[in-house]
Design a protein around this ligand. Structure first.
Ligand code: DLZ
Length: 162
């Protein structure tokens, strides 16, 4: 296993060219200060790896709970999309909402991926507090949106070559 804990510090030559790919980002409007930074990181990384901006589709959903449905709508309406990157931020509160939302999103995303046999990337932060989320959306722990973008490109390529 790689010793790197932070995929934001990746080797550019390890990532395939994305110029012939079509990718969608769907982000949650909850905790928008964080999710916009993550979505922006994902977008920049995709474009840096050759994705044509006309092949990048960006939509939002109200909250992270709606991300799996958002991904499903995107695949239903755009059959040639290669992958969907789901971006969200669920922050621990005083009630059990956190667990319900986090579990439902993780399972829902996997179900959509399997249903369409296409990568649906879990770009969802699940943190104890806002400052942990800030640190992971362009702070000292990098930007997990970058990592989600790289994961999407790598999985699309894997499907092609495997
Ligand atoms: C209701 C709720 C709560 C309490 N917390 C979050 C959160 O931290 N992050 C997030 O993305 N969404 C949250 N939501 C909204 C739910 O995801 C969902 O939009 C609503 O429950 C409506 O289905």
């Amino acid at each position: 296993m790689s010793k790197k804990k932070n995929l934001s510090e990746y080797n550019i030559s390890d990532v395939p060219d994305a110029s012939d790919m079509k990718i969608a980002i769907v982000f949650a409007e909850w905790n928008q200060e964080i999710t916009l930074a993550l979505a922006d990181g994902a977008k920049t990384t995709l474009l840096n790896h050759g994705l044509n901006e006309k092949n990048l589709f960006i939509n939002s959903v109200p909250g992270s709970y709606e991300l799996p449905m958002g991904a499903q709508y995107i695949f239903e309406n755009n059959r040639d999309i290669d992958a969907v990157i789901c971006i969200g931020c669920v922050i621990q509160g005083e009630t059990r909402h956190f667990e319900f939302i986090s579990d439902a999103v993780a399972n829902g995303i996997m179900n959509v991926a399997i249903k369409y046999n296409k990568p649906v990337i879990f770009g969802v932060l699940t943190t104890d507090n806002f400052s942990q989320a800030k640190e992971r959306s362009g702070g000292k722990h990098g930007n997990k949106g970058d990592e989600a973008a790289i994961t999407a490109i790598k999985m699309i390529e894997l499907k092609k070559i495997s």
